[in-house]
Design a protein. Structure first.
Length: 51
């Protein structure tokens, strides 16, 4: 029974680590603003741009 609980705890810790890693291991200064991303990709969405 103890071994089963230790295995479940290990799986939970692994899941938490994977979620933490994917959330916080991005760009050093955060995400780029949307306008800069659109200029880099070369595509402009007509939904977000209005005169």
């Amino acid at each position: 029974m103890t071994l089963l609980l230790l295995e479940a705890l290990g799986a939970l810790l692994l899941l938490v680590f994977i979620v933490w890693w994917t959330m916080f291991s991005g760009r050093q200064k955060g995400e780029l603003p949307e306008a800069v991303e659109r200029e880099k990709s070369g595509t402009a969405s007509s939904d977000t741009e209005r005169p």
